[in-house]
Design a protein around this ligand. Structure first.
Ligand SMILES: Cc1cc2nc3c(=O)[nH]c(=O)nc-3n(C[C@H](O)[C@H](O)[C@H](O)COP(=O)(O)O)c2cc1C
Length: 164
């Protein structure tokens, strides 16, 4: 039975945030948006270079204080943009601070290109023993937004049903 749900995500330019809000609307989950103390500027032309490098180097930036303890939840949704075909540094920081291995995990990513390859890499890196679902979204802020929000809500509803 899934009583308490937590959504954990990072978003630099709003795509992953849009999906997090859709999942929240569908499920009534609590939300943990990860914010590095020193983040890249979402408007900066050099964000691809620096962000890509930080992602490749598997950096773990210091995060602003977290609001929720994942141990209090029955299901975690984890969302990340794809950077350099892998997960974003703030998600690495979070996973170092929090052991999610005992929790059912539903993962989504947002990418400019094909997120499926990145999802395979992501799952390999996480080695999570109980990944219950995964979903990829392609630039949902600017690309068929309503449809992708609908997909996110349907996806979240399916997961809850399957765990009930
Ligand atoms: C530093 C950086 C690296 C990226 N690398 C990739 C990539 O390897 N493959 C891809 O499909 N998209 C890549 N993107 C695009 C983002 O994954 C995509 O725009 C995503 O929707 C952004 O999510 P956000 O708006 O929540 O930050 C990259 C974007 C940034 C800023």
């Amino acid at each position: 039975m899934v009583n308490k749900i937590l959504i954990v995500y990072y978003s630099l330019t709003g795509n992953t945030h849009l999906i997090a809000e859709a999942i929240k609307e569908q499920t009534g989950a609590d939300i943990e948006r990860l914010k590095p103390i020193k983040d890249l500027k979402s408007e900066s032309g050099t964000r691809f270079f620096w962000g890509g490098m930080h992602a490749k180097m598997k950096q773990k930036p210091k995060l602003e204080p977290l609001k929720h303890d994942p141990n209090d939840y029955d299901l975690i949704f984890l969302g990340t943009p794809v950077w350099a075909w892998t997960l974003t540094p703030p998600i690495r920081s979070y996973l170092e601070l929090n052991d999610l291995s005992s929790k059912p995990l539903a993962i989504w990513n947002c990418a400019a290109g094909n997120g499926i390859k990145a999802m395979e890499r992501l799952k390999k890196e996480l080695q999570h023993p109980n990944t219950v679902a995964e979903k990829t979204f392609t630039q949902p802020l600017s690309n068929d937004s309503d449809e992708q929000v609908k997909r996110a809500k349907e996806w979240a509803a399916e997961i809850i049903n399957s765990l009930s």
